[in-house]
Design a protein around this ligand. Structure first.
Ligand SMILES: *Cc1c(COP(=O)(O)O)cnc(C)c1O
Length: 400
């Protein structure tokens, strides 16, 4: 194992994702106040490349902090980790042969702490908040993000305040309470919870870690991109299928690919990025299909996949750009299709995916039928969470 002191963060600054305007990383920042768009974190990648080499990877810790040079935390003492990341990229041979494919892979994020890949984003955001001395955190969330924030805040001894629509999954309500967070149930939608969380942040000096509204959650989620490439022996797959809510993961994976090219890990090749949303909440797919760059808020969102129940996303244009630049596509699947896919993935692979993970398999089937994905392509499905957090909705949907 490498000594943690040999390697360090090469963070240099933040850059507005729309205007490219720059600002420092030594103070807490949220959206660019001039245009309301997210900042992205930038690094000195030439310096990072000196130690972040392909050869060094086999000696590093098996969690997402193995990519320390391109992570935002400067003092290792501030890293709050529960062992998130470096999840298995499994060859799905039974499911693959059922679909007539010879290279289908599932990145299984359900094995992360707190049962979803939200652990990555919140490990990064909570660590950086600690470094910036922001120790009272708040978040509006309809699900897994709140659970992850609460867990990492607990591990660090920080305060967590959660604002949840009162129809949020019971598992998320219970876990936040268990982690000692203050759980506020809101009579309304996630947008109402967001407004109230924002007001509480103002009033009590909490730091709001809503996705993409602070720059560091993306940095945690981008490590999925690094891992996929590393686990494929530093090769890029043909297609990545991603269940999209706010889009932090797709934005992060796309950013990681650019960084890896500058690090000399890969060339200019890119996977086609496929954005899947639920037919009951598809603002990004609708905008993509209309040829728009920004999305209209989706009215009356409804899907059992709580992670994809995001009616408006501040990073809309970043998701849509990644899809277009990669020659990918965006499509919807129904809740019924997701549930059938949950069962199929469980039965044929032993992976019991969140409905969001099921959505990637439903999308794959549709794209194989339409010929947009060929059977001999190497395809990665992102199973973003564990079904065990959705038993209250999956039980009835599976007839129990
Ligand atoms: C939050 C969430 C998503 C959506 O993630 P984004 O990166 O915000 O688009 C997908 N699946 C699960 C299980 C989630 O919790």
């Amino acid at each position: 194992m490498l000594d943690r002191t040999e390697i360090r963060s090469h963070i240099t600054h933040l850059e507005c994702s729309l205007s490219a305007e720059e600002c420092g990383h030594d103070m807490p920042h949220r959206l660019n106040p001039k245009n309301g768009k997210p900042y992205l974190v930038r690094y000195d990648l030439a310096k990072a490349a000196e130690t972040l080499t392909k050869e060094s990877m086999s000696r590093r810790e098996p969690n997402m902090w193995r990519y320390r040079e391109v992570m935002p935390v400067i003092d290792p003492a501030n890293i709050v980790t529960l062992g998130e990341g470096f999840t298995p990229l499994r060859e799905a041979t039974r499911l693959g042969s059922r679909l007539g494919m010879n290279s289908l892979l599932i990145k299984d994020e359900g094995v992360n702490p707190t049962g979803s890949f939200k652990a990555r984003g919140l490990s990064a955001a909570v660590s950086k908040a600690l470094e910036l001395k922001q120790i009272k955190l708040t978040m509006p969330s309809a699900g897994n993000a709140a659970g992850a924030m609460s867990a990492y805040a607990a591990a660090a001894g920080m305060e967590a305040h959660v604002y949840m629509p009162k129809d949020a999954p019971i598992a998320n309500q219970i876990e936040c309470t268990a982690y000692g967070a203050e759980l506020n149930l809101v009579d309304g939608f996630i947008t109402d919870a967001g407004r109230i969380s924002g007001e509480a942040a103002e009033k009590y000096g909490y730091f709001d870690v809503s996705t993409l509204k602070e720059p560091y959650r993306v940095e945690g989620k981008k490590t999925m991109g690094y891992e996929i490439v590393e686990q494929l022996g530093f090769e890029v797959p043909d297609v990545v299928i991603y269940p999209t809510g706010g889009g932090t993961g797709i934005v992060g994976i796309w950013k990681a690919l650019d960084e890896m090219e500058q690090l000399g890990w890969i060339g200019s090749e890119r996977p086609r990025m496929i954005c899947v949303q639920a037919s009951g909440c598809s603002p990004l797919v609708d905008a993509y299909k209309k040829g728009e760059e920004f999305a209209e808020p989706f009215k009356n969102p409804s899907t059992l996949a709580a992670g994809m129940r995001v009616p408006s996303a501040v990073g809309d244009f970043l998701v849509i750009r990644a899809v277009r630049e990669s020659a990918g596509t965006a499509l919807t699947v129904t809740d019924d299709q997701m549930v059938a896919s949950v069962q199929e993935m469980a039965e044929f692979e032993g992976i019991f995916p969140a409905p969001e993970g099921g959505a990637t398999l439903s999308a794959l089937q549709l794209l194989l039928e339409s010929g947009e994905i060929a059977k001999d392509e190497r395809v990665v499905l992102l199973n973003t969470g564990s079904a065990l957090k959705y038993l209250d909705v999956l039980g009835p949907a599976l007839g129990l």
